[in-house]
Design a protein around this ligand. Structure first.
Ligand code: PAF
Length: 302
């Protein structure tokens, strides 16, 4: 049995895959949603406009295989809630799937015997209304392979391996840290700037932002040299601009959070970069300034 924690756009994408591939799953709500699963049916429209009505069963037994799809800042509360309700096994297999970094240490401190795996996805979907999700992009789901030998994953994590086996876009990844750092660098540039200026990602191509992006990247290179030396400065810069171009017509998630008066993921994006920099005794004044501006916007919103 696979338990999905959080049933937003990404949690629903996982539920849809389980449903079409007949993998047993149940659902636990995010702490912000009502503790009860009130809407027991998920309406899901896939990329080909095919519509599915998916029954959602609330988890009624102790979770042993959990995919956590809530926002990074909700992970701690959500896991604590499961612990209090004795709804999670001490040695559970837990996959963390959200924007930003820094939650693995939090979960490992709460559940020292658990196997915590990092994951990332490039799938895109949005909720039209509660439990009504529309898929807007097919991507990849990459889950950390913590072993030298990939066969060990199937032995140690059979349920997660079953999902990967039936889902052609899902895979085990040996170098998940490098993938997550690259994503974090992209988010550290695009998300705060588009949230502060309240515009679409593509507007970062305007000449007036070239110098600021150049300075933000220069600070990122000081950190990447330590945390993922295999990633070159040129590759980071190219990827940031590629994502700006590919998502030119989109609003970033942080832009939407600020526009809708919601808490942002800044602590797990720029905040995690700054925490890592502090551990390395490196100052990142440009990222620090963006971090503070977002914090200020969050407080003036609330
Ligand atoms: O957080 C987001 O919105 C996305 O990760 C990205 C890549 C910045 C595109 O908008």
């Amino acid at each position: 049995m696979l338990t999905i924690l959080g049933c937003g756009a990404i949690g629903s994408t996982i539920a849809h895959q389980c449903f079409i591939n007949q993998i047993d799953f149940n659902v636990v709500m995010a702490p912000t949603e009502s503790a009860q699963l009130q809407h027991k049916l998920l309406r899901f429209t896939d990329i080909n406009k095919q519509k599915f009505t998916i029954p959602l069963s609330p988890a009624s037994q102790t979770a042993t295989n959990l995919i956590v799809t809530v926002k990074a800042y909700q992970v701690e509360t959500a896991i604590k809630q499961l612990l209090q309700q004795q709804m999670i096994a001490a040695d559970a297999n837990i996959v963390l799937l959200h924007n930003g970094m820094g939650t693995k240490a939090i979960v490992e401190a709460l559940l020292p015997k658990a196997n915590v795996l990092l994951a990332t996805t490039t799938y895109a979907a949005y909720s039209e209304k509660k439990r009504d999700v529309v898929q807007t992009g097919i991507g990849q789901l990459q889950i950390e392979n913590p072993f030298a030998n990939i066969n060990e994953c199937s032995e140690r994590f059979p349920v997660i391996n079953q999902l990967i086996g039936v889902w052609s876009q899902a895979s085990w990844q040996a170098n998940i840290n490098e993938i997550l750092w690259k994503k974090l660098f992209i988010n550290c540039v695009i998300n705060p700037l588009t949230a502060i200026h309240q515009f679409k990602n593509g507007q970062l191509r305007e000449r007036r932002f070239s110098a600021e992006i150049h300075e933000l990247l220069a600070e990122i290179y000081q950190i990447s040299a330590h945390v993922c030396p295999a990633l070159s400065d040129a590759e980071i810069k190219q990827t940031v601009y590629e994502v700006i171009d590919k998502t030119a017509d989109n609003y970033s998630s942080m832009n939407r959070d600020i526009a809708n008066n919601r808490k942002t993921e800044i602590d797990f994006i720029s905040g995690f970069l700054l925490k890592t920099a502090a551990e390395l005794s490196i100052d990142l004044p440009k990222h620090q300034a963006l971090y503070q501006q977002i914090k200020h916007l969050e407080t003036s919103n609330s």
